[in-house]
Design a protein around this ligand. Structure first.
Ligand code: FE
Ligand code: FE
Ligand code: MG
Length: 165
């Protein structure tokens, strides 16, 4: 950022960078959780579930990219060590040791609900002091809302299917 641009930031930039890096760690873990979930998942509606999981994986990776770009613009450094993701993550990582569709969907729904909370807080924090970050976070937030809805509707279809059989 240029010097005038930095002057316009009306907030604690170090604190913001810390939170953006936490979200960055979350996005990489979310990416991997979707990606590996799509590999191991088993059960009815498997094909539809795999399609959605892979689509979301791609979107989480895009979120990681957007956050890294903004962290760099703000003069920070995106986490350079994958092992640091575990120390910084807010939403964590759930090992998909149960590969049944309903279990995988449930884990990912929980992760999305955590992400929604994280981005809602970041929206409140940046709304006044950093409108550029706010706009980026809003775009990610909208994706996470859609992710939750997509997964919940798949789980709903799965429950209907189970009742009928
Ligand atoms: Fe995301
Ligand atoms: Fe998501
Ligand atoms: Mg989707």
């Amino acid at each position: 950022m240029g010097t005038k641009a930095i002057e316009t930031l009306d907030m604690d930039v170090d604190k913001l960078l810390e939170l953006l890096n936490k979200a960055f760690a979350d996005e990489w873990l979310a990416y991997y959780q979707y990606w590996i979930g799509a590999k191991v998942v088993k059960g009815p509606m498997k094909e539809a579930v795999i399609g959605e999981l892979l689509e979301h994986a791609t979107e989480e990776l895009r979120h990681a990219d957007m956050l890294a770009e903004r962290i760099l613009q703000l003069g920070g450094t995106p986490l350079l060590e994958p092992k640091d993701w575990y120390d910084h993550t807010e939403c964590g990582y759930e090992v998909p040791s149960d590969d049944f569709v309903a279990a995988i969907l449930g884990q990912n729904i929980k992760a999305e609900q955590c992400a929604i909370d994280v981005y809602k807080k970041l929206l409140t924090l940046t709304k006044e002091g950093d409108p550029v970050t706010y706009r980026i976070i809003l775009e990610i937030f909208e994706d996470e809302l859609e992710h939750e809805e997509d997964l919940q509707s798949l789980l709903e279809d799965f429950e209907l299917l189970r009742k009928k059989s």
